[in-house]
Design a protein around this ligand. Sequence first.
Ligand code: GAP
Length: 433
Amino acid sequence: MEVGLDTLVALAKRRGFIFPGSELYGGLAGTWDYGPLGALLKHNIVRLWWQYCVWEREDMVALDSAILMNPRVWEASGHVETFTDPLVECEKCKGRFRADKLDDPTRCPECGGALGEPRAFHLMIEAKVGVLDDGSGKVFLRPETAQGIFVNFKNIVDTMHPKLPFGVAQVGRAFRNEISPRDFLFRAREFEQMEIEYFVRPDGWEAAFEVWLRTVRSFLERVGIDMERVVEEEIPPQERAHYSSRTVDFNFRYPFGLDELLGLAYRGDYDLRRHSEYSGVDLRYREPGVEPFFPHVIEPSFGLDRLVLAVLLSAYDEDEVGEGKRVVLRLKPEVAPYRVAVFPLLRNKPQLVQKAHEVFRELRAHHPSVVFDDNGNIGKRYRRQDEIGTPWCVTVDFQSLDDGTVTVRNRDTAEQDRVPIDELPEAVGLVGS
Ligand code: GAP
């Protein structure tokens, strides 16, 4: 079902997925903190991404570059010159808005006052490094992870000797001074990207682009995105980023409307050529018998926080089972914070608690994603585990002490089966995962 954003935000907070950033001090707009369950969910998405986009392939290498970079990087990349949004200010209430996101860019959406002329507002966040106050230490917090890959292109080629086509993958923080951070994780000032720069021969980009379209689709399915809510959009030339000559946005139907989830861009040889010019270092690719040339680049750029949001929105459901009405997150087991919860039927019966601990430890030996839960009664535990998306609940009861079986409850159907403890790891999908 399609849930409203307020309901999801409340669940995310109540269940320890996502908290407002710096909440104790009144918050900081555009920042979010991932709580214990959100951190696990995010980690699992990242792990699946590495697995699917890097480890299962033979043409990818990894990178983890610094957030702070020499400011010349951002001159070469074009960000200093062009990385702006149109800002308008209300003459009456002084509110500030992004002109391109307003239905009527002449009227204030909050007080109805007249809006001034749009001006270009720079999105990079500045920081200062070093001890001098003379401006020489001015740096930017990177607005995309991609440039770390381009500036390391030569290092990677010289050390790893990859053959074209090959890709470089990196996951990391990015920062943008968004004019109006909004809609929960959707538009934040600090967020994470999972980016790939895939280097191809100049005449090979079209075929590679098609393959990446398919790869992105199947990754989204694998991570649990409701594909009926995904709409691919071919971006027209006037709306593409300065470096791109083909971009397909993967849009998702959020509660606040259809908007970007991730982008797939053809960046041509823009970045390597510009970094060669600005640094004076030849970044052309060399191979025997061919003139050195700049490889062209296909860039799948995933916003991790938007993926978390879309995964949660896709998974959210409400239904009625034998035990009554409930909220359930139908997360894929691979991304759920916990795959299995183990309970003793009653917490005041030491034999049950001890046996449940044994089962818990046994399952943990197969996979760390197992939680022990003895809070509240069994009905409350099911509610809680459904709401955080745990696919299986295992209950140790008195029969377990006699015959070595436990009840296994399936999150999606709420049906229960009795399973011998030694068959449990397989029954709850912990073997070979
Ligand atoms: N290297 C290309 C690049 O950065 P982008 O479309 O500006 O392209 C890529 O950003 C992805 O990063 C977006 O599709 C989105 O998922 C995510 N993203 C961008 N700005 C964001 C923000 N303010 N908050 C959360 N995610 C954001």
